[in-house]
Design a protein around this ligand. Structure first.
Ligand SMILES: Cc1cc2nc3c(=O)[nH]c(=O)nc-3n(C[C@H](O)[C@H](O)[C@H](O)COP(=O)(O)O)c2cc1C
Length: 166
């Protein structure tokens, strides 16, 4: 898919078929995440790929979007790795770029995904499930992905409402 078309046609997908995504495809998506830009090229991300349905069931209890987690094929749990001391805002922005690269790759491959930010409200529960005790890892959110059932719909503000030309 052409890049511009991919960016403009991506929508959040919250319903999935029962088909599971093969590991090779997940690897291709992760490879696209790997090439996200980051401040000083620190690449301050850490990702857990959840494939096991037993784990997904437990994870689903950590968010009000449990039906999305229960019905998707796989979940990415994405963390900021704060082991390198650097500007916090830029580290978080870098992880945001990582998220977007993953979402665009998911879409480009004919799959669907949704960024689940609400789950960070239950970050302690997620850390416990993953047995993460090291404070250098800060939970940034999840992406649920799978084979899409239906299409996502959303609109955008007009350019005039937020662009100032000087
Ligand atoms: C930081 C962030 C957090 C989000 N959290 C959630 C969430 O918890 N649950 C959800 O269903 N969608 C979530 N979304 C998806 C947005 O609702 C969605 O991107 C937005 O409504 C625009 O729709 P689109 O992605 O289909 O274009 C989140 C998106 C972002 C960028």
């Amino acid at each position: 898919m052409e890049a511009i078309e991919c960016i403009k046609s991506r929508r959040s997908i919250r319903k999935f078929t029962k088909q599971q995504i093969p590991k090779e495809i997940i690897l291709e998506i992760l490879e696209c995440g790997r090439w996200a830009p980051s401040g000083v090229n620190y690449q301050p991300w850490k990702i857990f790929v959840i494939m096991k349905s037993e784990f997904k069931k437990d994870l689903a209890k950590c968010t009000k979007y449990r039906s999305i987690i229960n019905n998707c094929s796989s979940v990415f749990l994405i963390f900021l790795d704060k082991s390198i001391e650097y500007n916090y805002t830029k580290q978080v922005q870098s992880v945001g770029a990582f998220f977007e690269n993953l979402l665009l790759a998911i879409h480009a491959l004919g799959l669907g995904g949704v960024w689940i930010g609400e789950i960070i409200n239950q970050k302690d529960e997620v850390n416990k499930l993953l047995d993460i005790k090291d404070p250098k890892f800060e939970f940034m959110g999840a992406i649920a992905l799978g084979y899409p059932e239906g299409i996502g719909k959303s609109s955008r503000k007009e350019l005039e409402s937020f662009v100032t030309w000087i």
